[in-house]
Design a protein around this ligand. Structure first.
Ligand code: ATP
Length: 285
């Protein structure tokens, strides 16, 4: 079925009209196991793409490879005009591709505001400014704190500004991690299971924040098992199984794909997990 995102009909590894990330022949083996075997992948610019698939499909490994946290056996990829294979994670971040982790990496013994300030270190030239240009750095520090405070307000974490990250709930830590990722104004944000461990009361605001990123012009790629989230916020869905891309397309189309239902969705194909969560709250469970 025609759409405005892919060139031609959607199919696994299809070309996009305006890709921000293009990867070719990316493979990663762990001993005898091929965790990732992606022939071609394109992520559309300025949109929200979900990467779904059963446990062990290779989603997190793919994230690790693309962001330099792991090294592939083979493969090349280009992010917004830069070849990134073999580039260190901090450089990848400076080029505008920032990721969050499945288990949050908020530094527990730092305050919320200090965690945010750390996020700014991904900005180009930060180290230079700090060492040689003290007066300019002072001004920069004020700007960083200003941006941090704006983001904390946006993510409703301003009341926690001086608290240690350790005192936040799991969901609040997820919000902090997302807010921190935005400190360096990334072009592409990669979120690994943003909904995992988030209590239902925070789910809606997390969804709104992610939609907000897109409205600001940021491209979002996220791994998620929560089909409510996938259905509600994705413009595009890519399905992985056993290291390969097995399906992709607009969410309504992909969710109806018999092969996807068989391989992954199974009995949950028609279950909106969000509705389930809301019913559970109402029942006072
Ligand atoms: N460091 C590692 N050493 C050995 N095997 C690994 C390593 N990392 C991942 N694997 C294996 O690679 C495969 C892909 O794992 P990966 O975590 O990428 O899957 P996933 O799709 O993200 O799964 P989930 O949805 O459960 O997070 C799995 O079989 C996993 O056991």
């Amino acid at each position: 079925m025609a759409n405005s995102i892919s060139v031609g009909n959607p199919s696994p590894g299809c070309k996009k009209v305006d890709p921000i990330l293009v990867a070719d022949n990316v493979t990663r083996q762990f001993g005898g196991l091929t965790a990732v075997n992606v022939e071609h992948l394109e992520i559309p610019r300025g949109l929200i793409t979900a990467l779904i698939g059963p446990n062990g499909a290779g989603k997190t490994t793919m994230f690790n490879l693309l962001t330099g946290f792991d090294k592939p056996n083979t493969g090349t990829w280009n992010f917004d005009g830069h070849d990134l294979a073999g580039v260190a994670p901090y450089k990848v971040a400076r080029m505008g591709m920032i990721r969050t982790f499945q288990l949050t990496k908020a530094l527990s013994l730092l305050t919320v505001i200090d965690n945010m300030r750390l996020g700014a270190q991904n900005q180009p030239g930060e180290g230079l400014l700090q060492s040689f240009l003290r007066p300019i750095w002072k001004k920069r520090e004020v700007e960083i704190t200003q941006r941090a405070d704006e983001l904390l307000e946006r993510f409703k974490l301003d009341a926690k500004r001086e608290d240690f990250a350790a005192s936040l709930s799991g969901g609040q830590r997820k919000l902090l991690e997302m807010a921190r990722a935005l400190m360096s104004k990334p072009k592409l944000v990669m979120l690994d299971e943003p909904m995992a461990g988030v209590n239902p009361a925070l789910t809606q605001s997390l969804l709104e924040h992610i939609k907000g990123l897109k409205n600001d012009g940021t491209t979002v790629l996220f791994v998620e098992h929560d089909m409510h989230m996938v259905r509600n916020i994705s413009d595009w869905v890519i399905v992985m199984a056993e290291g390969r891309i097995v399906a992709e397309g607009p969410p309504t189309q992909v969710m109806k794909d018999q092969a996807v239902i068989d391989a992954y969705l199974g009995a949950h194909a028609d279950t909106d997990l969000g509705t389930v969560a809301i019913k559970t709250i109402k029942a006072g469970k």
